[in-house]
Design a binder for this molecule. Structure first.
Ligand SMILES: Cc1cc2nc3c(=O)[nH]c(=O)nc-3n(C[C@H](O)[C@H](O)[C@H](O)COP(=O)(O)OP(=O)(O)OC[C@H]3O[C@@H](n4cnc5c(N)ncnc54)[C@H](O)[C@@H]3O)c2cc1C
Length: 476
C-alpha cells in the first residue's frame, strides 16, 4: 500500500471493479480494498461440493455483463474472459411435460408460441431495434433521457405489472415464459413496473443471449481485476473496512456496500437527514440457495429443458405469482418458484467427464433461516423425475449464510435492496445524484444505487463518473 491515493474503492464486486477501472483509466492512483480473500463479490466460483465440480457461489448467468455499455468496451478477452452460450437461453416447463423456450432467436422463440407468435414479435421487435439506446437510458440514474421517444415507448410497456402485461398473451406458454423471467424482479408480479425486468432480460436474450463466463463467474472478476492492475491499479484483499479512519488518505472514497454498512463505515460523516434516509431504505426478499454435484445430466421430461442454461420452475404464471406473493407475506411455499441453472451442459470445465453441476435458488422472506432444500428439490423433481437419485454432492446456503458470505446481501437480499418503483431511481436516498453523499468525496457505487442488482457494473460506472467530475474536474 502507498501512503496516499487519489481514490479508494471499498469492495470488489462488479460495481466496485467497474468504478475502480473507470477512475484508473483516467490515470489516477486507485486502491481497491476487498474484505474477502478473493475479489469479485457476486462473481465468485469454488469447488463447493466435490473436487472437480466448479460452482458459482452467487451469480450464474450474465446477460447484462455482455451488453453493459461499460463492460462491453473493456478488452476483457485479453485477460482470459470468454462467454459460453447454451443452446437455449431459458426454458419454462409445465406439469404436462411440455415447455416454453427462450431462444436467442426472436423468430424461433415466437414460432413456438402458437397463437401468441405475432403478439410476441410485436412486443419485442421494437425493443431489439432500440436496445443500445435503451440500455444507455435505463442502466443509469434518472435523468433527461438521451433518447426520449424510445424511452417513452419503452415506459408504456414497462410500467404495468408483469401480470398486467401478460394479459396481452393468450397462451399458457407465452404467459409462463414471460412470468418466469419477470420473477427475477424478486417482487410480487402484481407490482407496478415488474414488466420492465421481464422485458429487458428477454430482449437481452434476443440481442446477445444469456451466457456465462467459461470456467465460472470468477473468470469475469479475475479479468476485471487483471485489467485494472494492468492499468496500474492496486488491490488489497482480506481487509474488511470498519471505519473510514482505517484508510490511507485519498481525495475520494467509493463504497461498494449497501446503506446498512454505509452507515456503519461512514455514518459519522453524514447529516442526520441523510442517515434518516439510509435507515428507511428497504431490503427485499432473501434467497435460499443450493448447489449440486450430479452423477448425470438433469432428466427433464421436456426435451427443450435439457439444452437450456436457465430453467424457471414454477409452472403457470398464476402459480408463480401466488407463491411469490405468499413469500412476500412471510410464508414459505411448499413448491416455491425456483431459478435453476445447469452450467455443465454448455461448459465442460465445470464438472468431471460424465458428471454435472446444477445451481438453484428460491426466494424466501428476508432473514429466513428455514431449510428449503427439500422444497427446491421437490420442485426440480416435479419437472425432472429421477433428479434426486443423481445427487452425489450438495451445498446449501440460507439467508444468514448468504449474508455471512457477503455482507452486502442483507437478510439474503441479492439486489442490494428492494428494486421496486419506490427505490428504482432513489436508491439509496432521494438526492440529485444518488451516488453522492452529503460528505465531500464520499460516494456509493454498489447495486444500492441505480440501476440496481445484476452483473453490469453500471452503478460503479456512474458513481465513478460523478466522482471524476466533482473531485477531479474530469468530464466524460
Ligand atoms: C445467489 C445469488 C445469485 C445471483 N444470480 C445472479 C445472476 O445469475 N445474474 C446476475 O446478473 N446477478 C445475479 N446475482 C446478483 C449479483 O451478484 C449482484 O447484484 C452483484 O454482485 C452486485 O454487485 P456489487 O458490486 O454491487 O456488490 P457485490 O457483488 O455484493 O460486491 C460487494 C463486495 O464488497 C465487499 N465488501 C463489503 N463490505 C466490505 C467492507 N466493509 N470492506 C471491504 N470489502 C467489503 C464484499 O466482500 C464484496 O466482495 C446473484 C446474487 C446472488 C447472491
Amino acid at each position: 500500500m502507498k501512503n496516499s491515493y487519489d481514490a479508494i474503492v471499498i469492495g470488489s464486486g462488479p460495481n466496485g471493479l467497474a468504478a475502480a477501472i473507470l477512475l484508473q483509466q483516467q490515470g489516477l492512483s486507485v486502491l481497491v480494498i476487498e474484505g474477502r480473500d478473493e475479489i469479485g463479490g457476486g462473481l465468485r466460483s469454488k469447488e463447493l461440493t466435490l473436487p472437480g465440480f466448479t460452482h458459482d457461489i452467487c451469480s450464474a448467468i450474465h446477460p447484462m455483463a455482455q451488453t453493459s455499455p461499460f463492460f462491453s468496451q473493456l478488452p476483457l478477452a485479453q485477460f482470459g474472459l470468454s462467454f459460453l452460450h447454451p443452446v437455449a437461453d431459458a426454458a419454462h416447463p409445465f406439469d404436462d411435460g411440455t415447455a416454453a423456450v427462450l431462444y436467442s432467436s426472436l423468430e424461433k422463440t415466437a414460432e413456438l408460441l402458437g397463437s401468441d407468435r405475432q403478439t410476441y414479435e410485436r412486443l419485442f421487435r421494437p425493443l431489439l431495434q432500440d436496445f443500445k439506446d435503451l440500455s444507455e437510458d435505463i442502466l443509469g440514474p434518472l435523468q433527461l433521457p438521451k433518447h426520449p421517444l424510445t424511452m417513452a415507448k419503452f415506459g408504456l410497456k414497462a410500467l404495468p405489472s408483469a401480470m398486467h402485461l401478460a394479459k396481452r398473451f393468450k397462451t399458457r406458454e407465452a404467459r409462463g415464459l414471460f412470468g418466469g423471467v419477470a420473477a427475477h424482479a424478486i417482487q410480487p408480479l402484481t407490482n407496478i413496473a415488474t414488466s420492465a425486468i421481464g422485458l429487458v432480460l428477454m430482449a437481452n436474450s434476443h440481442v446477445s443471449g444469456w451466457p456465462a463466463p467459461k470456467g465460472g463467474a470468477q473468470s469475469l472478476a479475475n479479468a476485471l481485476g487483471a485489467y485494472f492492475t494492468s492499468l496500474g491499479g492496486e488491490i488489497v484483499t482480506g481487509n474488511f473496512v470498519k471505519a473510514l479512519k482505517e484508510l490511507p488518505p485519498s481525495k475520494a472514497v467509493l463504497l461498494d456496500v449497501t446503506p446498512k454498512q454505509l452507515l456503519q463505515i461512514a455514518g459519522e460523516r453524514f447529516t442526520s437527514f441523510y442517515k434518516w434516509q439510509l435507515k428507511r431504505y428497504k431490503y427485499g426478499m432473501g434467497v435460499f440457495k443450493v448447489d449440486w454435484a450430479l452423477d448425470g445430466p438433469v432428466p427433464f421430461t421436456a426435451a427443450a429443458c435439457r439444452e437450456a442454461g436457465t430453467i424457471h420452475l414454477g409452472n403457470t404464471i398464476e402459480e408463480i405469482a401466488t407463491n411469490e406473493q405468499r413469500t412476500v407475506d412471510g410464508q414459505h411455499p411448499e413448491l416455491p418458484y425456483t431459478l435453476f441453472v445447469q452450467h455443465s451442459i454448455f461448459d465442460k470445465t465445470r464438472a468431471p467427464e460424465g458428471k454435472h453441476t446444477a445451481w438453484g435458488y428460491c426466494h424466501v422472506p428476508n432473514g429466513s433461516t428455514r431449510d428449503m432444500t427439500a422444497a427446491i428439490e421437490n420442485q426440480v423433481e416435479r419437472f425432472a423425475p429421477g433428479f434426486k437419485d443423481l445427487i452425489i454432492g450438495r451445498h446449501v446456503m440460507n439467508t444468514a449464510d448468504v449474508e455471512a458470505y457477503n455482507p452486502n446481501y442483507i437478510g439474503g437480499d441479492i439486489n442490494g435492496g428492494l428494486l421496486d418503483i419506490t427505490q428504482l431511481y432513489t436508491r439509496p436516498a432521494l438526492r440529485w445524484s444518488p451516488y453522492t453523499t452529503p460528505a465531500k468525496g464520499i460516494y456509493v457505487c454498489s447495486s444500492s444505487t441505480p440501476p440496481g442488482g445484476g452483473i453490469h457494473g453500471m452503478c460503479g460506472y456512474h458513481a465513478a463518473k460523478k466522482a471524476l467530475k466533482d473531485v477531479f474536474g474530469v468530464r466524460l
